[in-house]
Design a protein around this ligand. Structure first.
Ligand code: SF4
Length: 691
């Protein structure tokens, strides 16, 4: 592969969040020396946030893994690709001979390219003969995929990011885009300054809440009660979109009956939001010309996650705020390619394009294409694989670029499971906390070192080109998995280029059917579905009909959080993200500029609670739940309601996931990361304290 050797700018996509901002990678003498915004990018229009600007640190070769590594006692020794692959294949064969194909599984990665994720699910299904394939969408937006598929037929953002400028009301529900999707956050602020109204529904008083026309500061975990209350008011006042409901929706009567149980007074009691604010919000949303609703993990990361998404969908359908520009239901996806990883079928229940693995006609279609028999049963989720390991029915796991030790709930449980595996293979850029537990570590190429495609949260598929060569012996994931597949006896993954992987995927994925690299480059990206009927893509979903035909209203009930505060653990803990960091921190924490902006771990606590516990700003504190204990420093914040404390999960020094609850949504197995019960104590100065 030849790459630019003098100063060059290679067009690419920011490797962090799901906004998918366009960036140019500045290359000099085969090294990334900087980045710059792409002026004409349809989403970011010449802007990058602090994380995007820090990209050169994220791909800095200094800490990179450059050869395969094999565990020897407590350390690792370099190995050849041949030896590493043979070691992995021997372990997989032994596990499968003794316990069957489902004793192994793969965790793909929401920051890998579509080509890598397609290869990961094909490797699991065709080479390992198991549907045990999943990725971190499980713990961010799996309820969006499951919930919106039931109500609309498609589990993705319905509108385009540029529609923010068209809405006359923006509803921000359970998320803080100014921190987590910063360029979208900026566009929301610009729309507000240009005259749009802003309604924020969040237990926290976020930046957007502070500038909103109306803020509903509901109690943690009362989303469904609040939405059912709004629907009760809308129906009671005749504010529903009558014509839209009659012509495009079904099951209205059952929903009406259900929301009769949620009169405003009862809802005010459950949620803590006064009746007058509920009435104002119901009127504001239902009577707006164009109301665009966005939501985040304040909706999905609950044991009621799927029902929360269904409730959001009920609200949009009843108010007729969907299917038109400047409206819609818009889940803000976390990782830069989490939409793509789902579209590629890196999930235990669907092939690429959300085609059900249990449907025999679809399965036969894939069997003919891939020339192999395929498993008929759904596979295990990522957390299901962890549990199966502790139950002795799962033996080998391949993890591609994710760090579940830091990001999954109940960290001690995850560590125990990974250590109990016969073989843990981690394909990574750097030595993450998960990679440190591996038996074999394989060096991966970073996004700047490979060609491929990413799909952002508005379903826009964009092509990226390799700007530099991978360091040492690092390779793209699709190449690594192709090599392992061949050694396992499956010859259907011997692609010669990323483009060949994409073309095969597009031939099997109806949503991407009319896409090609040439067309993606020519059109500056295309939004799916892109097929014979929509050759230039689809910026707006559901304009004439819903993907499933009629929009389905589904009656859902409020349910309590799994672990409520009690005498022993009297406070709620919720998890948050910070503006200056991203995910497990393995990329952003390499930037000294971003590190400078935040302390190493922090507990946000309301001044009233701090006062009661004799805690002052910067005091060392110990936070305990039924699952573990973490020590960090306190930061006073009146953005939280009293009785609720918050921790970000970016910091391995103060891992909030030591504390979080693994209770799961019954539909998607999403853990309840947004709420658990904890106790907070001040650490007296003579006790030891982390730096
Ligand atoms: Fe990157 Fe997201 Fe920031 Fe855009 S908003 S620059 S995609 S981190």
């Amino acid at each position: 592969m030849s790459h630019p050797t003098t100063n060059t700018v290679v067009p690419s996509i920011c490797p962090f969040c799901g906004v998918g901002c366009g960036m140019g990678i500045q290359v000099c003498d085969g090294k990334v020396v900087g980045v710059e915004p792409q002026l004409n990018h349809p989403v970011s229009q010449g802007k990058l946030c602090t994380k995007g600007w820090s990209t050169p640190y994220a791909v800095d070769p200094i800490d990179r893994i450059t050869t395969p590594l094999i565990r020897e006692g407590d350390s690792f020794r370099p190995a050849s690709w041949d030896e590493a692959c043979n070691t992995i294949v021997e372990a997989i064969n032994a596990a499968q001979q003794e316990q069957g194909p489902d004793a192994v599984g793969v965790i793909a990665c929401a920051r890998a390219t579509n080509e890598d994720c397609y290869a990961a699910q094909k490797f699991a299904r065709a080479a390992l003969h198991t549907n045990n394939i999943d990725h971190c969408a499980r713990i961010c937006h799996s309820p969006s995929v499951a919930g919106l598929r039931q109500t609309l037929g498609s589990g993705a953002m319905t509108n385009s990011i540029s529609d923010i400028a068209l809405a006359d009301l923006l509803v921000i529900f359970g998320c803080d885009p100014t921190s987590n999707h910063t360029i979208i956050g900026g566009q929301i602020i610009a729309a507000k300054l240009a005259g749009a109204k802003l309604l924020v529904v969040d237990p926290r008083s976020t930046r957007l809440a502070q500038m909103a026309d109306l803020h509903l500061q509901l109690r943690l975990g009362t989303n469904i009660a609040l939405i059912n209350g709004l629907l009760n008011i809308i129906f009671d006042n005749g504010w529903e979109a009558r014509e839209f409901l009659d012509s495009r929706c079904e099951n209205e009567a059952a929903l009406r009956r259900k929301v009769e149980d949620y009169p405003p007074e009862r809802v005010a009691e459950i949620t803590g939001v006064p009746v007058d604010k509920l009435i104002a919000a119901a009127k504001m949303y239902s009577q707006a010309q164009r109301a665009m609703l966005t939501y985040g993990m304040g909706i999905t990361q609950y044991i009621s996650g799927t029902n929360n998404v269904i409730a959001i969908s009920n609200l949009a359908l009843v108010a007729g705020q969907i299917g038109r520009p400047g409206t819609g239901i818009n889940p803000l996806r976390g990782q830069n390619n989490v939409q793509g990883a789902c579209d590629m079928g890196a999930l235990p229940n669907v092939f690429p394009g959300y085609q059900d693995v249990t449907d025999s006609a679809l399965r036969q279609h894939f069997e003919r294409a891939w020339k192999c028999a395929l498993p008929a049963q759904k596979g295990l989720t990522s957390l299901g694989m962890t549990q199966a390991t502790l139950d002795d029915s799962f033996r080998c796991m391949i993890i591609m670029g994710e760090d579940p030790v830091v990001t999954d709930p109940d960290q001690n449980h995850v560590q125990r499971a990974l250590q109990a595996l016969d073989m843990l293979v981690v394909i990574e850029l750097v030595m993450t906390e998960t990679a440190k537990l591996a038996d074999v570590v394989l060096p991966a190429a970073a996004f700047s070192e490979k060609s491929g495609t990413f799909t952002n949260c508005e379903r826009r598929v964009k092509h990226i080109t390799a700007a530099i060569s991978p360091p040492g012996e690092a390779r793209s994931d699709w190449m690594i998995l192709g090599e392992l597949a061949t050694r396992l006896g499956y010859n259907g993954m011997q692609w010669q280029s990323a483009e060949a992987v994409f073309d095969e995927m597009a031939s099997l994925n109806p949503l991407y059917a009319s896409m090609s690299y040439a067309k993606l480059i020519e059109k500056s990206g295309l939004q799916w579905p892109c097929d014979a009927a929509h050759p230039d893509g689809t910026p707006l979903l559901h304009s004439e009909r819903f993907s499933r035909g009629k929009g389905r209203l589904i009656a859902v009930d409020h349910s309590e959080i799994d672990e409520l505060p009690d005498e022993a653990y009297p406070l709620f803990l919720t998890t948050t993200r910070l503006h200056f960091h991203y995910g497990c921190g393995s990329m952003t924490r390499k930037s000294p500029l971003l590190e400078r902006e935040t302390p190493v771990g922090v507990l946000f606590i309301h001044p009233h609670d701090a006062d009661r516990l004799n805690i002052r700003a910067q005091d060392p504190v110990r936070i305990s739940s039924r699952r573990g204990t973490v020590e960090t420093r306190a930061m006073l914040s009146d953005e939280l309601p009293p009785g609720t404390v918050a921790m970000p999960y970016h910091f391995k020094e103060a891992p909030s996931n030591q504390l979080t609850n693994n209770a799961q949504d019954p539909v998607t197995k999403m853990p309840e990361l947004k709420a658990c019960a904890v106790r907070v104590e001040k650490i007296e100065v003579q006790e030891a304290m982390p730096g």
